[in-house]
Write a protein that binds this ligand. Sequence first.
Ligand code: G4P
Length: 524
Amino acid sequence: MSVKEEMQKRRTFAIISHPDAGKTTLTEKFLLYGNLIRNAGTVKAKKSGKFATSDWMEIEKKRGISVTSSVMNFEYEGYQVNILDTPGHEDFSEDTYRTLTAVDSVIMIIDGTKGIEAQTLKLFKVCKMRGIPIFTFINKLDREGKDPFDLLKEIEDELGIQTYPMNWPVGMGKRFQGIFDRQRDQFIRFSGNEQEIPIPKEELDNYPELVENETFQAAYEEMELLEEAGEQLDMEAVQQGELTPVFFGSALAPFGVETFFESFISMAPQPFPRKASGELIPPDKEEFSGFIFKIQANMNKAHRDRVAFVRVCSGKFERGMNVTLDRTGKTIKIAQTQQFVASSRETAEIAYPGDIIGIYDPNVYRIGDTLVEGKNTFHYEELPQFPPELFKKVTAKNVMKAKQFKKGIEQLVQEGAIQLFRGVRNEEYVIGAVGQLQYDVFEYRMKNEYNVDIVLESIGERMPRWLKEEQVDQKLFDERSMLVKDREDNYLALFKNEFSLRWFKDKNPDIELIDLFEVNQYSQ
Ligand code: G4P
C-alpha cells in the first residue's frame, strides 16, 4: 500500500477529560472494539494496580510514578487507530500538554453530572490554540445530570466553541431511554444490556409505550426544535476546531459508545500537512519526517535507557533507516525502535504518518527535534512553551555540589522535563511545572543521575504573565508579583493570585501583561 493509502487509514487522537469523567472506561471500550483486550476491566485493573506487571510497570511502581502506556494502537474496520494517552490526576505534566501537539484530533469527555471541570478547561485551551478538531462525548447519561441544553450552552460559553449535537438524549438517570441519532434519523433504544436497538424514525409509532411516554415526548420536542433551527453540521468548522460535534452516552453502560466511536472514526481527520521551516509538508511526501514530542528517561532500569517519542509526519519509516537530525545536521541510523501497544512495547519495523514510534535515545535528542530522511532537512514548528502554574525555588542541599547541580538542571531543562526561571532580585533558581509529578521526577533524577540532593521550597501556584522589557521597573514587584526571567531572558511576573494580578493591573494600567496561552493562540 502507498504512503497515501496508509495515511488515509490513520486516526491519531487523544482523549482529554477531568479525572473521573470516564476516560479509562471509554478507552477500555475502544480497546474492546479493536480486539486489543478481551475483557472489560483490564484497563481499569491496570489503573488500580492489579494489572500484570511488566518490567516497565515495575519501575513505575518503585518510583511511585505512573508512566503508564503512552500510546495504544489497533485496527478497527480498516482504520489504524492510534490513541495517545494524556495522563491525568497527579501525573499531569507538560508531557500531557505536549502530547496534544502530536495528535490530529481530540475526544473531550465531559461528565454530564458535573459539566466542564478545571482540567478539561486547561487541556481544551491547548487544543484550541493549536486548532485541533475536538469531538465531545458527554458521559454518564445513566445518572441524573445537567440538562442537555445547559451543557451545550456551558461548552459554548466557557470554552468558546460552537456545538452541534449529533444525538439527543431521551431522559437521564432512571428515566433514561435512549438517544435519537440525528445523522441516521433513528432512535436507539436503551434496553439495559449491551444491545443497542435502532428504530427508524418512521417506525416509532409501532412503539406506543415509547411515544406516549412523557419523557420521550419532551425529548422529541427538543429534538424537533433543533431540527427546525436547521443548522447543518459544518465539517469545515469542525476541522478548524471552531465547532465540536457532541455525542451523549454512557461509557459504563455502555450506551452510545460504539456508534460514537464509528462516527468519530469516520469523521476524524487523517494526518494533515504540518508547518515546517515556513512551508507545509504534506504527509504523503515520499521522505520520512517526524518530530520528537516527548522523552522518557529510564523506562527500563536494566538498560538505563531513554526513549524519544516520534510522531511520524510524512513518508514511510523503516527500522534501520538513516535520518538527519535537523538541529545538529548529523546522520543517525535508527536501529532500535518501539511501537507501543497497550502495556507492551513491540518493535516497530515500519510506520506511517500518524503513527508514533519510540526510538532509543543515547542522549542526543531533545523535545521539538525534527528527524528527516535524507539530507534536505527542515524543522517542524517549535512546540510552544506551556505556561507553568506551580513554582518552587530550588537549591542544592550541599553547596559543594554546585557544579553537578547546575549541570543537572541545565540538562533537565533542555530535555523539557521542567522550566527554569531566575529571580531578578537575587538570582535564585525557580522551577516551573504544570503538575506535581514533574517535581517528583526532577528530584529523583537529580539524585539518581547527577548525585545531587536538592531542596525544593514551594512558592505555590502562580499566574505567570510575561512583560515587555522596556516596561520592567523592579520597584513595582514584590513577593506577590515575583519578578523572574525565563531561559530566553524574557521578564515575567509570578502573581500570587487573581487578586494580586488585578491589583497590579489597576495600579499600573500601562504595563502590558502577556498571558502565554493567549499569545500561543494568536500566533497560530
Ligand atoms: P477517568 O479515567 O476519567 O479518571 O475515569 P474512570 O473511567 O476511571 O471513571 C471514573 C468513575 O466513573 C468510575 O467509578 C467509573 O466506573 C465511573 N463511570 C465511568 N463512566 C460512567 C458512566 O457512563 N456512568 C456511570 N454511572 N459511571 C461511570 P468508580 O466508582 O471510581 O470506579 P469503579 O468502582 O467503577 O471501578
